[in-house]
Design a protein around this ligand. Structure first.
Ligand SMILES: *[C@@H]1O[C@H](CO)[C@@H](O)[C@H](O)[C@H]1NC(C)=O
Ligand SMILES: *[C@@H]1O[C@H](CO)[C@@H](O)[C@H](O)[C@H]1NC(C)=O
Ligand SMILES: *[C@@H]1O[C@H](CO)[C@@H](O)[C@H](O)[C@H]1NC(C)=O
Ligand SMILES: *[C@@H]1O[C@H](CO)[C@@H](O)[C@H](O)[C@H]1NC(C)=O
Ligand SMILES: *[C@@H]1O[C@H](CO)[C@@H](O)[C@H](O)[C@H]1NC(C)=O
Length: 505
């Protein structure tokens, strides 16, 4: 009995074990496909749902793409870009435009990928001990090399004889930039100062010999030199300098004599020995950077602008203090690349030959880099010194603001756009607001009489407008002048790939 029971027990245990094993196998056999089928189902459902949402999205709210961006016939997928019909590279760099051809070898020489050593921005240990002559001798040959490689510039431009006179004059003199100083103020910033003792703001204003009225208005209003209180903050030390070239001889007045007198009176005239013309304005930037590096290297900020603007200097001082604190103090990384203004992006050269901005495409091809335009920008003293160095690697360009943009581009610096820098005028609605002028830092195109009147009004309205804040971007402004997809400019002319990066990589 015991045996039987134990046997049957054993048997039943065996059976149970068997059963168990079978059940496991069965389970496996049954469930594995179930799990697989299940996940397949989930996957299919998800895929179908996703497909439905995307396809319904497509039919209702898909953006309408520009025509040139669609590849017809390739697939039915409209999101694909077309195959390029031409090669990406340009066998004759930028169609042989003169400036591009001159700049190409230099950008290649300093290309950070091809030549990591020579591209270093600071091969300027020579520069720190003010050994200017030595520095120039070492760095200029590259700019000159471009000229000797190309040879006679005028014969390189097919249409040279038909170009406007100012363009011809520019090409004829663009190889030279080391004009000497005729008049300069002594001790503008105070030599032998220690770090942190320079002025907070240096106002560098481009003017012409005959614009005496403009200079007078500026001296009495926004260009006041000395300690200037902020609109709300404590303010800081401000210095002022006017930048001039030489004028044509006037029949009745001897301007250079008058300038000497003016310089003795106000000590704010910096004049160089070049012909003061629109296409020579770039020289004022380049020569100012040189001059600053020896005469005012400790200026914390530089305002560079025209003599027909109104600058709200007290508010600017507040803004600059705020920016300095936000970026981590003077000498911080942020301050080394600080520039603010009305930044214009993706502009194209003006090809209308009757305007003063006309640049023929035999001279320059491509887009302009982002640049601060419209009468004035502010940048840090550190950036001014970097611009000075890099400018020795960028060929002069006839439009000053664009030239500064080209230098910034090579430094990898992005200027900050601020809507309180008004290039044109107020939008109609804003102009009639009582505290309109307390919302801006700079406004362009104001006559000396207007500057005087507005300035005194701004001062008397100070208390009632003290809570007014600076203008902010109200809506996205469309500054793009080109269709980025078709790479055509506003005259329908074909642009090249990566148009303003002529570094050849
Ligand atoms: C450059 O070429 C033009 C015409 O092609 C000529 O008139 C001019 O004298 C040349 N200049 C020099 C410096 O060779
Ligand atoms: C103007 O005055 C300066 C200095 O007195 C003199 O050198 C220059 O020749 C004068 N120019 C004219 C056109 O009279
Ligand atoms: C710029 O100044 C130089 C030196 O006076 C002169 O030779 C050149 O013609 C001027 N350029 C323009 C575009 O006026
Ligand atoms: C300007 O361009 C037109 C045609 O595009 C031409 O006829 C004219 O001669 C040009 N004028 C100048 C000053 O280059
Ligand atoms: C100053 O305030 C008056 C009215 O109180 C206004 O008409 C004028 O436009 C204001 N001017 C400026 C520059 O703010």
């Amino acid at each position: 009995m015991y045996l039987a029971t134990s046997r049957s027990f054993l048997f039943s245990r065996k059976m149970a074990q068997c059963h168990c094993r079978w059940r496991r196998v069965l389970l496996c056999l049954c469930c594995a496909p179930c799990v697989l089928v299940g996940s397949l189902c989930v996957y299919i459902t998800l895929a179908v749902c996703y497909g439905m949402t995307t396809s319904t999205g497509l039919s209702s709210s898909a953006p309408i793409l520009p025509e040139s961006f669609i590849a017809p016939g390739l697939t039915r997928n409209d999101y694909l870009a077309p195959h390029p019909t031409n090669s990406f590279w340009d066998p004759k760099p930028h169609g042989g435009a003169l400036w591009n051809r001159l700049q190409l070898p230099i950008d290649r020489h300093y290309n950070p990928i091809l030549m990591p050593k020579s591209s270093k921005e600071h091969n300027d240990h020579l520069d720190t001990n003010n050994n200017n002559a030595n520095y120039l001798r070492l760095s200029l040959p590259t700019l000159n090399a471009g000229f000797s490689e190309i040879g006679n510039l005028t014969s390189q431009m097919d249409d040279f004889q038909e170009l406007p006179l100012q363009m011809q004059m520019f090409v004829d003199s663009m190889h030279f930039r080391d004009y000497h100083v005729l008049i300069e103020p002594a001790k503008l910033c105070g030599r032998g100062l220690k770090k942190g003792q320079g002025p907070l703001l240096l106002l560098a204003i481009k003017t012409q010999g005959l614009n005496f009225e403009n200079r007078q208005a500026i001296r009495q209003t926004w260009g006041w030199a000395g300690w200037v209180a902020g609109a709300t903050g404590k303010g800081g030390m401000v210095r002022r300098i006017f930048l001039l070239g030489k004028n044509h001889a006037e029949p009745h007045v001897n301007i250079s004599e008058l300038l000497q007198l003016e310089s003795r009176q106000y000590r704010d005239i910096l004049q160089w020995d070049f012909h003061d013309s629109f296409f020579n304005l770039t020289l004022k930037d380049v020569l100012l950077w040189d001059w600053l590096s020896t005469h005012c290297p400790l200026a914390r900020f530089v305002f560079k602008g025209d003599d027909d603007v109104l600058l709200r200097t007290p508010a600017l001082l507040d803004y600059l203090r705020e920016q300095t604190i936000q970026s981590g103090g003077p000498g911080s990384e942020g301050m080394k690349g600080f520039m603010v203004g009305d930044v214009i992006r993706a502009a194209v050269p003006n090809r209308v030959n009757s305007t003063k901005y006309f640049i023929p495409d035999s001279f320059y091809k491509g887009l302009y880099p982002p640049y601060g335009g419209g009468g004035g920008v502010v940048y840090s003293g550190e950036l001014a010194l970097r611009l000075k160095r890099i400018s020795r690697r960028v060929h002069l360009y006839p439009i000053d603001d664009v030239y500064v943009g080209m230098c910034l581009h090579r430094l990898g610096v992005h200027p900050i756009h601020h809507p309180a820098f008004l290039t044109f005028d107020f939008p109609k609605k804003e102009r009639v607001e009582q505290c309109a002028y307390h919302t801006i830092l700079l406004i362009h195109k104001r006559s000396p009489a207007q500057v005087m009147k507005l300035w005194s009004e701004i001062m008397t309205n100070q208390t009632e407008c003290r809570n007014t804040i600076l203008r902010m971007e109200k809506e996205k402004k469309n500054t793009l002048l080109i269709d980025p997809f078709s790479m055509k400019d506003n005259k329908g002319q074909e642009l090249l790939m990566d148009p303003w990066d002529s570094s050849g990589n």
